[in-house]
Design a protein around this ligand. Structure first.
Ligand SMILES: [Zn+2]
Length: 493
């Protein structure tokens, strides 16, 4: 049937009308008072359904940990039993996700919740992590939902003590099967594994249905990693090497002597970013990433902090959030106590800082190409504060060129797409009730994601004073933590 223009317009109007009516009437179609456990009223709902869409002055009703109704405030009656919380003028977004963390233990969980983070992807887990995941899932422990890898899988020798050191495809198969049967959500791959081990992990993970994600190993081209089905590329590792223009040798590590000398020349104005990196090649890889449904977790905040000079590190030690950092971690954040950074001079760090703007460009090109981006911080690395630093990551994503809405997507609706849960990271009927209440509009200025006046976690209302108590509790615990000699923490980057 051919639809002429004017009949099409009629069609649109009718559809619109049906939508409004459906909203006005309760699911049962009558005007009976709406029942539920909790209702927040007078709020501006940022559902993440479409850019810049805000349902002003709305009521959100929650029952059994799920959103059961959203309607213009006052349009429907609420049952007397519903706990009503008037939040006139506040903005509501979905709970935020930090898609790259290293969970130190249960004492950190309140830091995430108090910052509106209701889901975390942990990059190196163990049995304690699995126990926390279950306790949070069954409601006996308050914390963000945990998605976790098992022990980090690397080559032999690996970069971190305690990692799974794998040097043969046979061993790789064993490790993937072991982590699958132990119940981990994905396999974390790391930098020093050989190509044949990486390829076998890709094969086995597809066979048994467990995703793999992590660092593109130094021996693997990022294009090959993307084609192999890696679920997400962390830190955009591999993109730098793959986009270096002919004749530019960046060495074999993220802080190589080659990178330092080229960085110094960029700082001196002898080389422009375009003399070092090929935009054309980057665009090709961005399209490949998009078309292969490979997601990217830039973790801009850790890359920025890793190259801090000692003076800059000292400035960070003076930050308010340091009171939520346990003593051993504080010690390890000192560049001279960190085996990864101690041998670099401040001049080296300044040279490495020349790579941050090209990193922002990489994120912009990926975003423009429509490649998937997820917000991750790499918390517990230097000056990456659990919970708090996710807000810094969102700000850096906006610095890279994303709109506030796009940046918010990387920690909300994109996470749902990535995990294959369409309602996750959205505010809609049927979705899990994980919400963050803000005093100001983050679509105007992304920094407003910090202006938290309440969090709803699995349908439980956590008012600002409760969140403050949770932070005080964490502060007390960490202040009491014994200062012991720093050793390489489990976690890597
Ligand atoms: Zn990490």
């Amino acid at each position: 049937m051919v639809i002429r223009f004017n009949s099409l317009r009629v069609l649109v109007v009718v559809a619109g009308l049906m939508f409004v009516c459906a909203c006005a009437r309760s699911p049962t179609g009558n005007s009976a008072p709406i029942d539920g456990d909790l209702a927040i009223t007078g709020v501006n709902v940022i559902s993440m359904a479409s850019p810049d869409e805000i349902a002003a002055d709305s009521t959100v009703v929650i029952a059994g940990g799920r959103v059961v109704a959203i309607f213009p405030s006052g349009e429907r009656e609420l049952a007397a039993s519903v706990e009503k919380i008037e939040l006139n003028g506040a903005f509501v977004i979905p709970g935020l996700a930090d898609m790259h963390i290293h969970l130190g233990g249960p004492d950190e969980l309140p830091l995430y919740i108090a910052n509106g983070v209701t889901l975390v992807r942990n990059m190196w887990g163990d049995e304690e992590t699995l126990a926390m995941r279950s306790a949070i899932a069954d409601g006996s422990l308050l914390g963000p939902r945990i998605v976790t890898a098992g022990t980090l899988v690397d080559g032999k020798p690996g970069a971190w003590p305690g990692s799974e050191e794998v040097d043969t495809p046979e061993r790789a198969r064993e490790v993937v099967l072991k982590q699958k049967s132990a119940g981990y959500d994905f396999v974390k791959v790391y930098s020093l594994m050989p190509v044949d081990v990486f390829n076998e992990i890709a094969v086995v993970s597809a066979e048994v249905g467990i995703p793999f994600a992590g660092h593109v190993p130094l021996e693997v081209e990022v294009a090959d990693a993307i084609r192999s089905g890696i679920d997400s590329v962390e830190h955009l590792y591999g993109f730098e090497r793959a986009t270096a223009v002919n004749g530019i040798d960046l060495g074999m590590s993220s802080m190589s002597p080659e990178k330092i000398s080229i960085g110094a020349r960029m700082n001196a104005g002898e080389l422009a970013a375009g003399d070092v990196f090929s935009d054309t090649r980057l665009k090709e890889l961005a399209i490949l990433s998009r078309d292969s449904n490979t997601w990217n977790v830039p973790t801009l905040i850790v890359l920025k902090n890793f190259a801090l000079t000692r003076d800059q590190a000292d400035d960070n030690f003076a930050r308010e959030e340091m009171k939520y950092v346990p003593a051993p971690m504080r010690a390890f954040w000192n560049p001279d106590s960190d085996f990864r950074r101690a041998h670099f001079s401040d001049t080296d760090f300044e040279a490495l800082q020349a790579y941050f703007d090209p990193m922002l460009d990489r994120v912009r090109v990926l975003n423009d190409a429509g490649a998937g981006l997820l917000a991750g911080t790499d918390s517990s690395n230097p000056f990456v504060f659990p919970g708090f630093s996710l807000h810094e990551e969102l700000e850096l994503l906006v610095d890279a060129g994303l709109t506030p809405f796009e940046a918010l997507q990387t920690a909300t609706s994109n996470v749902g797409k990535f995990l294959g849960e369409p309602q996750l990271g959205r505010i809609e009927v049927g979705a899990n009730a994980n919400l963050v209440v803000l005093s100001d509009n983050p679509l105007d200025d992304i920094r407003h994601t910090r202006d938290i006046t309440g969090v709803i976690r699995n349908g439980e209302w956590l008012a600002a004073d409760r969140l403050a108590e949770m932070l005080e509790g964490a502060e007390a615990k960490f202040a009491a933590s014994p200062a012991q000699a720093p050793e390489a923490p489990e976690g890597g980057n």
